[in-house]
Design a protein around this ligand. Structure first.
Ligand SMILES: [Zn+2]
Length: 82
């Protein structure tokens, strides 16, 4: 408990977090090592999810939707040909 007392004395009622004031919180992607925003559940560069929990909450992963759209486009191309 004494540790928290020391922290209160040093903070000076400053609500701004010093290391987070200038730039937004970023994390390094473990897959491609790109620096991405912490809020994003998915890496915009390599497309990998940072945690399994975020991907589970989605009913459909992006690749399922992408595959469905591709199949639909191919199907429509075949239909429109004839
Ligand atoms: Zn990445």
């Amino acid at each position: 408990m004494s540790r928290w007392d020391n922290d209160d004395e040093e903070e000076d009622d400053d609500e701004d977090i010093p290391w987070d004031a200038d730039e937004p919180a970023t994390v390094v992607c473990p897959y491609c090592r790109a620096e991405v925003l912490e809020d994003l559940p998915q890496c915009p560069k390599c497309g990998n999810y940072f945690s399994q929990e975020d991907s589970v909450t989605q009913t459909k992963p992006p690749w399922v939707v992408l595959t469905a759209v591709l199949l639909l486009v191919v199907f429509l191309m075949f239909v429109l040909r004839f």
